[in-house]
Design a binder for this molecule. Sequence first.
Ligand code: HEC
Length: 133
Amino acid sequence: MEEGRKLFIGETNPDVNCASCHGKDGKPVKAGARDFRVGERMKLYSDSVWIWRISEGVPNTKMKAWKSKLSEEDIWKLMLFERNFGLAGKDGTPTRNHGLMRRAPRLLLLQLRLLSGTGGQVRGLQSREPVRH
Ligand code: HEC
């Protein structure tokens, strides 16, 4: 989360400053950018669509593709951080992140997949194949 925040505000890499358009707290500062604080909206996007948006950008908008500047891992960190805006409490202050906690096992699995570089094959699954003697 903290690493995602640093990426988002351009602290890690000045070339990557999402906050310059999306705002430090998810409130858009440039016209056209969506409000990341609207949970109802955020829910409409699956994690994969979100990742795809960051990686490939949104055609014909100011949102460009970031994949040349960011590793897949960085994009995951960014998504975790951005997703958090939408889970803010009623008064607009971020609360403890229940939604993310519930999804944590799934995220972990996906991350493992990314990191282990087995092309989508998670080790545990292979044990289900018949064993040859
Ligand atoms: C130059 C301004 C600008 C910068 C910098 C920028 N964005 Fe965007 N971003 C936009 C705009 C405008 C849109 C809305 C495009 C549209 O109409 O869907 C957008 C859309 C998105 C979306 C898709 C959500 C949606 O509503 O379609 C995601 C996710 C996103 N940005 C993440 C990021 C991340 C992560 C970074 C930093 C790596 C970043 N953006 C940097 C302008 C920017």
